[in-house]
Design a protein around this ligand. Structure first.
Ligand SMILES: [Fe+2]
Length: 424
């Protein structure tokens, strides 16, 4: 039974379930397990999931005194060039007032409604909720909890694709308005998510070849950077090739804040400059304290956090009484051909979008009269999502399950839906 006062902003009695043990994860079928390789445990987690646990009290005091990037720069939507400059330097940028009152209310309502569905599955042996497969307790993701893998069937998400506050900044970052939408979802933590999620990237950049490499070089040139106009990517020296890669992001995720991010409600942590790093982030046991404190405290509700998908990031403990949801829209560079894009947006919904949004969503739009497989089913377990997708797709699709290198994803198990009649 989900608490009736569930909201995604302000106090709620959701969360703080002491029956859910620290670092516990559930498998595909919802059985709690605490074994190596099934998720990344937080080696410094407090002993109990209770507000009065001495370890939680000590962590609260530590975070109150220290949490957050010192001097975090926050842009306004009209500071387009400044926002892009900070984004390219750090691998992320916070832009306040991205959502007006109407959009903020729409997103809050949609996120609360979908969270209710996720939490409607009770946990085992007296636990309040079923956890999400392969993710630390009290943490969920709207995208991976959807049986279609994305939230592009929900108007609360699709209304955020093309905003007057975000589109100019995306256009500046990609150096063109011809970028693409990949999907949308976003991570959330309930109050009492006392563990740090491991640092990871959402996309590993690989050496570009052929047309991809030339497309990235064109994007680099459009940024006005000084480079020999007659050379192809393969003819550039190593440092310049690397600079081209650094400056041409493969994907941008925008996470929207529905609450002020505070020292206690689980602000996302971002490690500046790591969008250009080719080495993996440190494992939890070796993560230095300064990285654990490198969080976006101070981003007010209604902000857009533009994140290079390559930048090291992770979720942090939510020791407050409010849900911290960061719903997202995920964009990718326009040189991608659409291969691998899953058709998760209903045709009827696509038709209601702006001309620009229709253009950038063309690869994720399902055919007229076909409902995207799995869309509308929210389930914390991979077994439940797989069943929903396969039931709707029938012979037109299949699901594969992959155990992921934890450094390259936020969850230990990922499902890949493959529509045979489109998308993949
Ligand atoms: Fe992530």
């Amino acid at each position: 039974m989900v608490e009736s006062d569930l909201t995604v902003f302000g106090p709620t009695s959701v969360g703080w379930d002491p029956a859910t043990l620290p670092n516990e994860v559930v498998d595909e079928d919802g059985t709690p397990r605490r074994i190596e390789g099934f998720g990344e445990p937080d080696p410094r987690v407090p002993a109990r999931r209770r507000r009065d646990d001495p370890g939680v009290v000590a962590l609260r005091e530590h975070l109150k005194a220290n949490n957050g990037i010192r001097g975090l720069e926050i842009c306004t939507p009209d500071e387009v060039e400044r926002a892009a400059r900070i984004y390219r330097r750090d691998g992320f940028v916070v832009v306040r007032d991205a959502l007006d009152e109407e959009h903020l209310a729409l997103f809050r309502e949609g996120c609360a409604r979908r969270l209710k569905e996720i939490l409607s599955h009770p946990g085992c042996d007296g636990r309040k909720y079923m956890a999400e497969t392969g993710r630390l307790p009290h943490r969920y993701c709207y995208g991976t909890s959807s049986a279609s893998r994305q939230m592009m069937h929900d108007p609360a998400w699709t209304a955020m694709i093309d905003l007057p506050t975000t589109t100019p900044i995306l256009t500046e970052i990609f150096a063109t308005d011809d970028y693409l939408v990949w999907g949308g979802g976003g991570d959330l933590s309930l109050p009492g998510a006392i563990e740090y999620q491991h640092l990871h990237t959402d996309g590993v950049d690989s050496q570009p070849m052929g047309a991809d490499a030339e497309a990235r070089l064109s994007c680099f040139r459009r940024q006005g950077l000084d480079i020999d106009p007659n050379k192809a990517f393969a003819e550039l020296d190593f440092r310049t090739q690397r600079l081209v890669m650094d400056r041409t992001t493969t994907g941008v995720t925008i996470n929207f804040t529905l609450t002020d991010l505070t020292w206690e409600n689980g602000p996302i942590r971002e490690i500046p400059g790591t969008q250009t790093s080719t080495q993996p982030p440190p494992v939890p046991a070796e993560e230095p304290e300064w990285m654990r404190l490198s969080t976006l405290v101070g981003a007010p509700a209604g902000s857009a956090i533009f994140r290079d998908v390559r930048t090291w990031h992770g979720a942090t403990p939510n020791l407050s009484r409010e849900v911290r949801a960061l719903p997202s829209v995920e964009y990718s560079a326009g040189w991608r051909s659409g291969t691998g894009f899953q058709k998760t947006m209903p045709h009827d919904m696509w038709q209601t979008l702006s001309p620009h949004a229709q253009h950038i969503c063309r690869f994720i739009k399902q055919a007229p009269g076909v409902w995207p497989y799995g869309a509308g089913v929210m389930h914390p377990l991979t077994s439940g999502r797989r069943a929903a997708y396969e039931r709707e797709a029938g012979v037109n699709g299949e699901v594969t399950s992959v155990h992921t290198d934890p450094r390259s994803a936020g969850t230990a198990i990922r499902l890949f839906n493959r529509d045979h009649d489109g998308g993949f």
